[in-house]
Structure formats: C-alpha cells, structure tokens
Design a binder for this molecule. Structure first.
Ligand SMILES: [Zn+2]
Ligand SMILES: [Zn+2]
Length: 242
C-alpha cells in the first residue's frame, strides 16, 4: 500500500533534479536519485583554500582571510558555505525561491549536513536559526527558503530549529543594488529577537546566499545582544573572495 501511495505521489509530483529541473528517474526497487546523472558534477563545491572567517574560496593558499574579512570584524565566529554561487547553482537557487521549487530544500539540506555535519558538531551547535524574511516578503513568496533548508539540516543532524526566535522587522532593499555605506544603513535594526533573553550559547544561522556578509552579521549581532555567546553561519552558496 505504501509503495502504491508513493508511486502515485511521484506521478503527480515527480521529484526533480535541483540543477536542471528534469524529472528524476524513479523506480520502486532502487533508492531514489537526488540529482540526475548528467548534473552530478555540474556544481562547484567550495573547497580549500577558503577564508578562515567567512568561508569564501581563496585564490592564494598563503592567505588566511579574504579581502573583506582582513579589514573588518564580524559578530559571528565562523562561516561555511556549500557551493560557489554561479551557473547551475545560481539557477537552481533562483527556481527554488521564485518558481516555488520547495522540494529542492531536501537535497540542499542533506548536502549541507553531509559536508558540514562534523563542523557543526565540533562547534557544539544547540540550535539552528534560519535568516527570516520580513512579514511582507513572506506573504509574497509563501515560504522562507532558509527555513526549509534549516529544517532539513536540523532533521539530518538532530538539532532543534527555532524559526520564530529571530524576526526581520525591516524590509531591506536588495543588497546588490547598494554601495557599502548604503548597505550598512539598509540593514540597521533589520532584526529583532522575540524573546528578551536567548538562553542558547551556540547558534548556527542558515541562509541561501552569502554575499557581503552584512545580513549574517546583523542577525548574529542581534542574537548576541539577546544573550547568545557564539554564532556561526552556514550558507548554501557563496561568491568568490577575489
Ligand atoms: Zn539534472
Ligand atoms: Zn572572508
């Protein structure tokens, strides 16, 4: 009965490859594919050398930090990211967010847990918090992409996810349209914690794209002001550090 139900579900909502959006081959006798065979190598994983602070790939392995991190201090302890933000990854994230491909979250979350589960444990993370959307943005989109991914990571690693602890109180303009100074102002008091006191020492923030780091930084700052001791960040994708 379970097999019949699953097959029917796959017929109605066939699982799709997160990179080309093609329908995945499905057999009740084999474990389900998560990515089609043609797309297995189409995404670039972030790998060493990376910036020891934000996790961006670096060109020069003698460098410890990227340009941004060598000239400013962050509120978070360390950040990691899964893929380089370009090509198929960029397209995949676009469909995920704007074409309602919520099912991609399962693969993203599993890959994050597979690659960074050890690091997350070493950081002794007690809670995962997705970067929230403003209420208006959430209404428009219908879901928070970071929340879906955070939930999958939490499920894989057995770590609780707190989706409502952090609030986005101010809608911010797309960061990429702004210069450095505008960016800083744009994020001023963008976040607020719901509880006056956060009783969690080690928190992991999750977002889909790490660009300038300002969003993660503001969220980490807010959590620390509420009582968190160490805040880490994890993103699905990140730009290069050069
Ligand atoms: Zn594919
Ligand atoms: Zn960096």
């Amino acid at each position: 009965m379970k097999i019949v139900k699953e097959s029917l579900l796959h017929l109605l909502f066939p699982p799709r490859c997160p990179f080309c959006d093609g329908i995945l081959f499905h057999s009740v006798f084999l474990p389900p594919e998560q990515v089609c065979s043609e797309c297995l190598d189409r995404q670039e994983y972030v790998k060493e050398p990376v910036c020891q602070k934000c996790g961006k790939p670096l060109e020069d392995e003698r460098e410890e930090y990227c340009y941004d991190c060598s000239r400013r201090n962050w509120e978070y302890v360390q950040g990691k990211a899964l893929w380089v933000y370009k090509g198929t990854v960029r397209d995949s994230l676009y469909r995920f967010k704007y074409h309602n491909r919520r099912e991609y979250a399962r693969y993203y979350g599993r890959e994050l847990a597979r690659i960074y589960g050890g690091w997350i444990r070493r950081c002794r993370i007690q809670a995962i918090i997705p970067i929230p959307l403003s209420r208006r943005r959430l209404r428009q989109r219908g879901f928070n992409q970071a929340d879906l991914v955070a939930r999958q990571v939490g499920k894989e690693l057995g770590i609780p996810v707190y989706s409502h602890l952090l609030l986005r109180v101010r809608d911010t303009r797309a960061q990429k349209e702004l210069n450095d100074e505008e960016r800083k102002n744009n994020l001023k008091r963008a976040f607020k914690t719901r509880a006056n006191k956060v009783q969690l020492d080690h928190i992991l923030l999750i977002d889909d794209i790490y660009t300038t780091g300002s969003t993660m930084n503001e969220a980490a700052k807010e959590l620390k002001q509420a009582g968190a001791v160490r805040v880490y960040c994890l993103s699905i994708s990140i730009g290069r550090g050069y």
